[in-house]
Design a protein around this ligand. Structure first.
Ligand code: NI
Length: 171
């Protein structure tokens, strides 16, 4: 297993649409494990392959509380097949925009279809944090960042704060 470097905004690879995985081979399963290790080390609750520079439709996540045992999810070619409930707003962050958070409005519930690491088709019905995390990570596969869901003003403020933070670190 290996820690992978996480790309940050404005890396153009974060904006590309990822390609579907055609076959689940040892390369894919190794990538899943490396992505999980990278996500836990960050630490984060979700990571999409484009964030480590790989343009394939692969996501890992684990929203279990810190004090509980790990419950990793490995999703290949995930897609939202249904949304439900009201649009709810909650704070989000992203490993590609370190230390920046903003409230994002998303559907309360989703059904996601995906292949697991054995190539088995599965569905997951999620609400709460898991529903939010799934939508956030699947967005990454289409080159969409959570800041795209904000108003222009809020987005610009957040990107300015990110810039400022980088300048402070550099000096
Ligand atoms: Ni993210």
């Amino acid at each position: 297993m290996a820690l992978l470097p996480i790309l940050e905004v404005p890396d153009p690879r974060l904006r590309q649409k990822a390609a579907p995985v055609q076959g689940i081979d040892s390369e894919v399963t190794a990538l899943l494990e490396d992505m999980l290790e990278t996500m836990y080390a960050a630490p984060g609750i979700g990571l999409a392959a484009p964030q480590v520079g790989i343009g394939r439709r692969i996501v890992v996540l684990d929203v279990s509380p810190k004090e509980e045992e790990r419950r990793p999810l490995r999703l290949i070619n995930p897609e939202v097949v249904e949304t439900g409930g009201e649009a709810v707003e909650a704070e989000e962050g992203c490993l590609s925009l370190p230390n920046q958070y903003a409230p994002v409005k998303r559907p309360e519930r989703v059904r996601v279809r995906y292949l697991d690491e054995h190539g088995q088709e599965r569905e997951i019905d999620a609400d709460g944090l898991l529903a939010r995390c799934l939508q956030h990570e699947i967005d990454h596969l289409d080159g969409v960042l959570f800041t795209d869901h904000l108003s222009r003003l809020k987005r610009e403020m957040l990107l300015k704060k990110l810039d400022k933070q980088r300048r402070q670190r550099a000096s």
